[in-house]
Design a protein around this ligand. Structure first.
Ligand code: OGA
Ligand code: MN
Length: 208
């Protein structure tokens, strides 16, 4: 994997993350990785399942809260996108060094919101499952236009910021404190979404 962004660039982004609790990064993946990820997404689309809400043992499908379909990635099985997993590991190492986060493990899924799809306001940390520290989303939508909806709305200090889900745009934010939602989109909306974990899932709270 050839690094696309310089150390200085990463440091600047992490400063923003530390200061604002989120950072927006355009032109995130190298061109080849973007193509590989999009191709793999397309290949898996028949296997997407309705997303669930809650913690592992009591998670349920709640279509009035979220209406996306997901495909959970597995580093061993999904070797075709291994460069993606390497990039995630690289980001985790940088975050550990620069922001002193104690990260261990990650979980990612592809997400497909059908036309009209949404996700109501929420935090990515649940009471019963608080091992998600940092949320990472990369959008995969070519030719997304302002009228297409599907913005990620970030609520902050009783104001909000709307982020368009543009191709190869990434957003990284704190899972514990950033309240956010996905506004209804008028056409299918694709992303690669995941979490950097404080400890691997299946351990701690979930493992009791
Ligand atoms: C999520 C989420 C936001 C987005 O999957 O938890 O909030 O912009 N996604 O896709
Ligand atoms: Mn979320």
């Amino acid at each position: 994997m050839h690094p696309k962004h310089s150390d200085e660039q990463w440091s600047t982004w992490f400063d923003t993350l530390a200061e604002n609790d989120f950072v927006l990064i355009d032109d995130f993946f190298p061109v080849t990785l973007l193509a590989v990820v999009r191709e793999f997404f397309q290949k898996q689309e028949t296997q997407f399942r309705p997303a669930k809400v809650g913690q592992a043992r009591i998670e349920q499908r709640v279509p009035e809260i979220r209406s996306d379909m997901t495909y959970w990635l597995d580093q061993q099985r999904d070797a075709e996108i291994n460069d993606f997993f390497l990039l995630v590991e690289d980001i985790m190492e940088r975050l550990k060094l620069e922001l002193f986060l104690s990260l261990q493990g990650f979980e990612f899924h592809f997400a497909l919101y059908p036309a009209g799809g949404f996700y109501k306001p929420h935090l990515d940390q649940f009471d019963a499952r608080s091992n998600r520290m940092i949320s990472v989303i990369i959008y995969l939508n070519e030719n997304w236009q302002p009228g297409d909806g599907g913005e990620l709305r970030i609520h902050k200090d009783s104001e909000f910021v709307d982020v368009q889900p543009l191709l190869n745009r990434a957003i990284i934010f704190r899972s514990d404190c950033i309240l956010h939602e996905v506004l209804p989109a008028s056409k299918p909306r694709r992303s690669l979404t995941g979490w950097l974990l404080k400890r691997p899932s299946g351990v701690g709270v979930l493992g009791i």
